[in-house]
Design a protein around this ligand. Structure first.
Ligand code: SAM
Length: 208
């Protein structure tokens, strides 16, 4: 969705997405405990008002949250400061943003649909190349289903095809790959949706 729409949402009092971390963020923490080497650095792409970034920082990660909404970034910074949590936030566009350092975890919840289809393969190559060997990517993406009435307040989103997300990780170890259907209440209007979830680990050897 265009920056202005999120700026307007995030300028309202309270937290549009709430303060509880997403289930994907909690899954990352669970998965990380099973890895031979604990991840330390994490990039949260499309970090919104910072709920997951702050959660990860509280779990001991060094976190960079990136979002196109400058209002969201400022709100995240202020909230983190108020809570006494150290997190770095930055304004950036997922379509062009370049990671400057390899991160142990590249995480994206709820924002991938903002990457147009024609540049997706290149964007995933970039995210993967900038993940440390043995590190993970944890991502989710809404997928349309013919039997679920379409619902989107975001006219600029391009949904993923069912299974598309997994396809970007064919050369990585798949730690989790699922499709879930649930009632979303995030926008204030309950609606059914389907979502692909992938948690994948970059091989230590033989990966770009
Ligand atoms: C559904 S919200 C999810 C926010 C956050 N991940 C969460 O779960 O609380 C999607 C987020 O993606 C951001 N976004 C939309 N288009 C973007 C883009 N091109 N680059 C970076 N962020 C973008 C929005 O500003 C918004 O904060």
């Amino acid at each position: 969705m265009r920056k202005a729409v999120y700026d307007e949402r995030y300028a309202r009092p309270g937290l549009y997405w709430g303060s509880r971390p997403t289930s994907l963020a909690r899954e990352v923490i669970r998965v990380a405990r099973t890895l031979p080497r604990s991840p330390r650095t994490l990039v949260d792409l499309g970090s919104g008002e910072g709920r997951d970034s702050i959660y990860f920082a509280r779990q001991g990660y060094r976190v960079l949250g990136v979002d196109i909404s400058s209002v969201g970034v400022r709100k995240s910074e202020e909230r983190a400061a108020r809570l006494g949590v150290k997190v770095r936030f930055q304004v950036g566009d997922l379509r062009t943003y370049r990671l400057k350092h390899r991160a142990d975890v590249v995480f994206c919840s709820g924002a991938l649909n903002n990457i147009p289809r024609r540049i997706r393969a290149a964007r995933f190559e970039h995210f993967k190349a900038n993940t440390a060997p043995g590190g993970i990517n944890a991502m989710n993406a809404d997928v349309p289903k013919p039997y679920i009435p379409p619902y989107s307040k975001n006219p600029y989103a391009t949904p993923f095809r069912s299974g598309e997300l997994l396809g970007y990780y064919g050369d990585w170890e798949i730690l989790d790959s699922r499709q879930v259907e649930f009632m979303s209440t995030a926008s204030g209007v309950p609606h059914r949706k389907a979502m692909d979830i992938v948690v994948a680990r970059k091989p230590r050897l033989g990966a770009r």
